[in-house]
Design a protein around this ligand. Structure first.
Ligand SMILES: C[S@@+](CC[C@H](N)C(=O)[O-])C[C@H]1O[C@@H](n2cnc3c(N)ncnc32)[C@H](O)[C@@H]1O
Length: 202
C-alpha cells in the first residue's frame, strides 16, 4: 500500500532531506546506523581494484546503504544515470567502468551534496561525469537515453515512488537495466522513530 502525502508533507520531507544530507556532505561519519566512507565500501565488497584508485577523501564521503554493482555489470560505452547520487561515489565507480566512451550523470536534490560530488570529481582524472540538481520524480532527460540507472539509498526517501519508478522507466532505453540498493521498512515504523523524524523538522 502506498502512503498518500499532501503537498505540505512533501515539502517538509524535501526540506528535512536537504538538511540531513547537507550535514552528510561535510562528513557522513557517525550520522547513519551503517558504516560509511571507506569502511562502508569495504563492508559492501566494492571492487577492491576500483576502490584503490579512488582518492581517500572521495571514499570518505560515501554514504550508500548497499552495493548496486552486485546486480549486474556496467559495460564500456554505457550511458549511466545515478539517481540520488549524493557525493557521487557510485557515479565515479560507474565512470571507471564505462571508460571514456561512456558517460555518467548524477542527479540529486541537495545542493551541498552536488558541491561535494563536483569536488570529488575534480580529484579524479575522469572526464565523462556530470552532476546536476533535480528530483527523480521529475527527471530532466529525454525518453530512452540511458543503458543503466543506478540508485543507492535514495528511493526510500522519495514520497511518490510510483512516479519515481515511472520516470526511471521512461529514461531507460529498451532493454536497459535498473540496479537499486536500498533500505525497506518491514512492519510499522516504531513510535520512537516517528518522534525522531518529527524532531528533524524543527
Ligand atoms: C544515501 S544518499 C546517496 C549516497 C550515494 N549513492 C553515494 O554514493 O554515496 C541519498 C541521496 O538521495 C538524495 N535524494 C533524496 N530525495 C531525492 C529525490 N527526490 N531526487 C533526487 N535525489 C534525492 C539525497 O539528497 C541524498 O544525497
Amino acid at each position: 500500500m502506498e502512503i498518500q502525502f499532501t503537498t505540505k508533507d512533501k515539502k517538509w520531507i524535501q526540506k528535512t532531506i536537504r538538511k540531513t544530507y547537507s550535514k552528510a556532505a561535510k562528513n557522513p561519519g557517525g550520522l547513519f546506523r551503517y558504516p560509511t566512507g571507506h569502511e562502508g565500501l569495504m563492508a559492501l565488497k566494492y571492487d577492491p581494484e576500483l576502490l584503490q584508485a579512488l582518492p581517500a577523501e572521495v571514499a570518505a564521503s560515501y554514504c550508500g546503504v548497499g552495493n548496486p554493482f552486485t546486480l549486474g555489470p556496467i559495460n564500456a560505452g554505457d550511458a549511466v544515470l545515478d539517481v540520488g547520487c549524493g557525493a557521487g561515489v557510485d557515479a565515479l565507480f560507474s565512470a571507471m567502468r564505462t571508460g571514456p566512451s561512456g558517460k555518467v550523470t548524477g542527479i540529486d536534490i541537495t545542493p551541498a551534496m552536488l558541491k561535494r560530488a563536483q569536488k570529488n570529481l575534480s580529484m579524479t582524472d575522469l572526464k565523462n561525469v556530470r552532476f546536476e540538481e533535480g528530483s527523480v520524480e521529475n527527471l530532466p532527460f529525454a525518453d530512452e537515453v540511458f543503458d543503466v540507472v543506478t540508485s543507492n539509498g535514495a528511493l526510500n526517501l522519495i514520497p511518490d515512488k510510483t512516479r519515481a519508478f515511472g520516470e526511471i522507466y521512461r529514461v531507460l532505453k529498451s532493454g536497459g537495466r535498473l540496479m537499486v540498493a536500498d533500505e525497506i521498512l518491514i512492519g510499522e515504523l516504531p513510535t520512537e522513530k516517528n518522534k525522531i523524524i518529527k524532531s528533524w523538522a524543527q
